[in-house]
Design a protein around this ligand. Sequence first.
Ligand SMILES: C[S@@+](CC[C@H](N)C(=O)[O-])C[C@H]1O[C@@H](n2cnc3c(N)ncnc32)[C@H](O)[C@@H]1O
Length: 237
Amino acid sequence: MNDIDISDSENVYTAGRAGHIRSFVLRQGRVSNAQQRYYTEMMARIGIPYANAPLDFDAVFGRSAPRILEIGFGMGETSATIAEANPHQDYIGVEVHTPGVGSLCKLIAEKSLANLRIVQHDAVEVLRDMIPEGCLDGVHIFFPDPWPKARHHKRRLIQSPLVATLARRLKPGGYLHCATDWENYAEQMLAVLADEPSLQNTASGFAPRPDYRPLTKFEQRGLRLGHGVWDVIFRRR
Ligand SMILES: C[S@@+](CC[C@H](N)C(=O)[O-])C[C@H]1O[C@@H](n2cnc3c(N)ncnc32)[C@H](O)[C@@H]1O
């Protein structure tokens, strides 16, 4: 593949028009030389281009294993840590932010991870068009953009229509795990997931952080400053 200039906010992996309110704003981020190099080299190998066609997970990973989808992996540290600790599970990370994709590409190469693939595209469209119903064992949505201003709440990811779509993509018994450090968004998550009839809370209210979700540096700092973090974990009935 020809070199892709990843300092462009739109490229072959991200191109496309939304017919819905987007939960992100594509911003120009500083792209390091390493991110550029790993992006070009690794996305050709482990990148899954967006397509309006169902994804064949077994073909992608060359095996049949539990499948976890992560929406908005940011710089990918948590995704790489989880995939490394769980080699018996397969992970697909979805992210739009190009420097973050470059950063996770670097981690995948450095850790030689064979169980993590990347789709660089709007997760709303990936879910709608690429993820078949009843095929996921889990979904991770960690610290989604909080959109704190009331007039921006419509951009928040965790809203009823998306949660209904997510629930249908889960296998019976599959889990949806959201985490946030915004109390008001945490309450919204709890309310919206509780309202989805096909989902059941695994806890009474907020859940304790499971061991598989590592504490990020940002989170550790927040906790030291007395800020809260809330995990919400539901299972499909
Ligand atoms: C606040 S960051 C959190 C990143 C990471 N999960 C963490 O815990 O550090 C939220 C991320 O979600 C991504 N994002 C937001 N909406 C998205 C969407 N619809 N599809 C894919 N990625 C999205 C953003 O680009 C951003 O990197």
